[in-house]
Design a protein around this ligand. Sequence first.
Ligand SMILES: [Zn+2]
Length: 53
Amino acid sequence: MFKPGEIVPESGIYECECGQRHRYSSDVRGHRFPPPYEGCTGTGWKIITPAHD
Ligand SMILES: [Zn+2]
């Protein structure tokens, strides 16, 4: 699991661990994970769909 502010190690779709299905997709490796969305109780992001080049 990745914390907000950490570098995105691989492109794909990430979902936060709060169970509310907040998602963040990045097609560019090297961006940073965003902070949790408003109302989100999660603390990190996990990858659910890796993208393959
Ligand atoms: Zn969330």
